[in-house]
Design a protein around this ligand. Structure first.
Ligand code: AHG
Ligand code: MN
Ligand code: MN
Length: 337
């Protein structure tokens, strides 16, 4: 594969190398790319077409939905429901799994997605993204039930995100073929390969956490961050830099590009609300963990590999600690101590 090749061509070539693969996977990725191009266009136009601001609704997590949360969810459903590449879908913005209309053609894949990640950033014109996870429906299943979706992240066939930043980028990984980055050329509407086989540096001096939660942190996180803040004067013997964008897609993109650590750990405040984390396992943590691992990084709850977590529900939350291998392993060590 060469720099500049189109996403479509890359997927066709990848599919050729996978034994028994049919055109269905290529078709599915193409549907997702089409949805992301539409969302990119909506996000770019923003206030010009009146799509910013809040909708008068809440999602299953009790979070106020932005107009664009609702619109982008519709774009995604519409792009995938009619082409015979999926058997079912699930979304951050929908309480229940999505059943296809009775007469719609069926495919073999299940897709879970967060149509607009970081949506609190949309009104202030800061980067947002779309995250997706692809698993196989159990053999013979054409009308999947909730149980058919509850597969651990290791089972993902592919996962990725689209980042709507200064440029629009599609970042994509299959289970064993590494991470590729494509940049959208808006003039002719194609994603072109711009970074091949991305690898995350094992060491870093950059971490990302919402420090306003520090008084609720567990000792392991407190210890790690204290050591980073102590910098060259502390036991780490080097200064650290801190970032917090509040768009997971943008944070993961930075880590894939130049290394770093991202943490949204469980804390006393979340626990008091009965939550085991803030981020959602099936359409945030799992797809990002596949990308991070495929790029040589580590992704953990602090106590368990995220990709091994057995999901109990579509909207389940988990603690997330991911990024440069040596740093994440250090933080896992602090949890074990
Ligand atoms: P979403 O907009 O899909 O609800 O996700 C936002 C997530 C994630 O992208 C980000 O890392 C985190 O929430 C930010 O949380 P805080 O506002 O608590 O910092
Ligand atoms: Mn999100
Ligand atoms: Mn979202």
């Amino acid at each position: 594969m060469h720099i500049g090749t189109t996403l479509t061509n890359y997927i066709i070539e990848t599919q050729r190398q996978i034994q028994g693969a049919t055109g269905e996977f290529t078709g599915l990725l193409n549907d997702i790319a089409v949805a992301c191009k539409k969302i990119s266009d909506l996000v770019n136009k923003g206030d010009l077409i009146g799509v910013l601001g809040s909708a008068e609704s809440e999602n299953i997590q009790g979070e106020t939905q932005k107009k664009l949360d609702v619109i982008t969810n519709e774009v995604f459903l519409e792009a995938l429901a009619h082409n015979g590449h999926v058997a079912g879908m699930a979304s951050e913005e929908m309480d229940e799994i999505v059943q296809l209309p009775p007469n719609a053609p069926r495919g073999h894949y299940l897709v879970l997605f967060d149509p607009l990640d970081g949506s609190s950033n949309i009104d202030v014109n800061v980067s947002v993204g779309t995250i997706f996870s692809i698993i196989k429906a159990p053999p013979g299943v054409t009308n999947p039930t909730l149980e058919d979706f509850l597969q651990p992240g290791v089972q993902q066939c592919a996962a990725g995100y689209c980042l709507y930043g200064p440029s629009t980028m599609m970042v994509f990984a299959t289970r064993d073929r590494g991470v590729q980055m494509f940049t959208l050329d808006k003039d002719f509407g194609e994603f072109l390969l711009t970074h091949e086989n991305v690898q995350i540096p094992e060491d870093t001096a950059e971490f990302a956490i919402n420090a306003s939660n520090s008084r609720f942190w567990e000792p392991a996180i407190q210890k790690y961050v204290d050591e980073c803040l102590a910098g060259a004067q502390g036991l780490r013997g080097k200064d650290f830099n801190m970032r917090w964008i509040a768009s997971m897609v943008a944070e993961v993109h930075r880590i894939l590009t130049r290394g770093g650590v991202f943490m949204y750990p469980v804390d006393a405040k979340l626990k008091s609300k009965g939550q085991e984390g803030k981020l959602r396992l099936m359409y945030e943590a799992n797809p990002m963990s596949l990308l991070i691992e495929q790029a040589g990084g580590v992704s953990s709850t602090g106590r368990e590999r995220i990709l091994d977590v057995q999901p109990q529900g579509i909207h389940q939350r988990v603690p997330v600690i991911l990024g440069s291998k040596n740093e994440v392993e250090r933080i896992i060590g602090y949890h074990a101590a």
